[in-house]
Design a protein around this ligand. Structure first.
Ligand SMILES: Nc1ncnc2c1ncn2[C@@H]1O[C@H](COP(=O)(O)OP(=O)(O)O)[C@@H](O)[C@H]1O
Ligand SMILES: [Mg+2]
Length: 230
């Protein structure tokens, strides 16, 4: 820090009990960027995001967000500061309606401006009274991202947002990510390589807990060079 990064991770090591899972991981993102993280199942992508979000505690390393050190902070305080994590499991409050799910997000952030959510996801307007448990996977992802946008976060960490979604919705999310990144920097874990190539300013490839490549040259990104790391 600081070359203009909003988030900088340095030498991050993390374990589950005795099992070491992350080894000296570095990651940077600047405002306005989309950074993606690719790698096979078990590479450590989710563990990396959870450590950044404060859900897991790293064994060593540093995480700086908006010039503040996050190590030791509780995850809800990190979220309040404007760094939010959207987990892989797409869990919403299934017995609550879309409106009630958004109300919870507004209650937590004191941000009641839902236009910023429905501008990106007009479909949610029609679904306001539907219980979240009855949403399709794509609609649920929209709700999760929409709810996370309340409070105008500076960085969103999104774990496998398009997993299992229909191509039409993936295309919609692709456009949303490009647009959204102008206001909120995005760190996205993603297995869909065409999508990765279309949206990334930088790609980190992970293997066995290590970041084995950092690809930031636009031509290489377009050429799908990260395929060799999967
Ligand atoms: N709760 C856990 N307890 C113990 N080991 C875990 C746990 N979660 C993940 N792991 C292990 O950590 C490694 C990285 O997992 P993960 O971060 O989920 O990878 P990815 O998201 O890239 O698929 C894997 O070897 C996985 O088995
Ligand atoms: Mg994962």
């Amino acid at each position: 820090m600081n070359n203009g990064e909003i988030l900088a991770v340095r030498g991050l090591n993390a374990s589950y009990g005795e099992a070491k899972v992350l080894f000296d991981c570095d990651l940077d993102i600047q405002p306005g960027q989309v950074v993606t993280c690719v790698g096979r199942n078990g590479a450590g992508k989710t563990t990396l995001l959870k450590n950044i979000a404060g859900i897991l505690k790293p064994t060593s390393g540093s995480i700086t967000f908006n010039d503040r050190n996050l190590i030791g902070m509780m995850s809800y305080n990190i979220a309040k500061m404007g760094l939010k994590y959207i987990p892989q499991d797409k869990k919403v409050f299934s017995d609550l309606t879309v409106r009630e799910n958004l109300e919870l997000g507004s209650y937590a952030t004191k941000d009641y401006n839902w236009d910023q959510v429905t501008d990106y996801f007009p479909r949610l307007k029609q679904l306001m009274d539907r219980k979240a448990g009855y949403l399709s996977g794509g609609e649920r992802q929209m709700l999760m991202i929409g709810r996370a946008l309340l409070g105008a976060p500076k960085v969103l960490l999104i774990d496998e947002p398009t997993e299992g979604l229909a191509p039409g919705i993936v295309e919609h999310l692709k456009n949303v990510f490009k647009e959204l990144s102008k206001k909120t920097a995005l760190v996205i874990v993603e297995q869909n390589l065409p999508l990765v190539c279309a949206i990334s300013d930088k790609i980190y490839a992970m293997k066995e807990g290590r970041i084995v490549a950092e690809i930031k040259d636009g031509e290489s990104i377009k050429a799908g060079i990260c395929e060799q790391y999967l």
